[in-house]
Write a protein that binds this ligand. Structure first.
Ligand code: F6R
Length: 207
């Protein structure tokens, strides 16, 4: 996952790696999502984010890191992503953040759960939330590629991280609400090995 929430975790992983307590030399990674229309050198692309915040700070082999390519819109290429994950043996640990509206990856509230990696139109709520990182809201891409909900559910273990009051409703609905595509994260209630790590503000509606 990219976003603000895992930044502390990535900094900690980089620190442990620098201290020789951890190695990524044998790791393969697959990121969840990427904006369409930004290439990997754009400072708001998720490839750039991952390079700067984790990959360049640890001993991972760059060729073992995968981020859906958003530079050119190619739905065929996006569909290939699931085949690449499968060929790599599937995902052992999927790290997730959660959107204010309950999205995971860029799987937005909808009337059905998504399956494989696909193109999505971002909701106004997500465009608004992500505009803090762009010069203006008009610069925020309107589409993205994201792993589907099914792709995420195939992971053997899922770790969700959340912090801050803005996430309280989404965290509550993820854990205790009905399992519904209106809160995509609620499907995680059906996963057999999912752990949520959140601060008190994000847990404030979970009594
Ligand atoms: C990003 C991603 C998103 C974020 C979510 C929370 O790769 O998958 O689902 O995890 O939007 O973002 P932050 O952590 O910035 O609040």
């Amino acid at each position: 996952a990219t976003g603000s929430t895992p930044l502390g975790l990535y900094a900690e992983l980089a620190k442990l790696c620098a201290e020789g307590k951890l190695s990524f030399a044998k790791c393969t990674t697959f990121n969840l999502d990427e904006y369409i229309g930004l290439d990997g050198t754009h400072d708001q692309s998720y490839r750039y984010f991952m390079n700067k915040n984790l990959f360049e700070k640890v001993d991972i082999r760059m060729e073992a890191t995968h981020v859906p390519s958003g530079a050119v819109k190619s739905d065929e290429e996006a569909e290939q992503y699931d085949a690449e994950i499968k060929a790599a043996g599937g995902i052992d640990l999927q790290l997730l953040g959660i959107g204010n509206n309950g999205h995971i990856g860029f799987n937005e509230p909808d009337d059905h759960f998504s399956k494989g990696t696909h193109c999505v139109d971002l909701t106004e709520s997500t465009i608004q939330a992500n505009s803090r990182l762009f010069d203006s809201i008009d610069d925020v891409p309107r589409q993205a590629y994201t792993m589907g909900t099914q792709t995420i559910m195939y992971a053997r273990m899922i770790l969700v991280v959340a912090n801050g009051e803005a996430k309280a409703q989404a965290v509550h609905d993820m854990c205790y609400g009905p399992v519904t595509p209106e809160c995509p994260a609620s499907i995680l209630q059906l996963h057999t090995n999912c752990v949520v790590v959140a601060d008190e503000a994000a847990l404030s509606l979970c009594e």
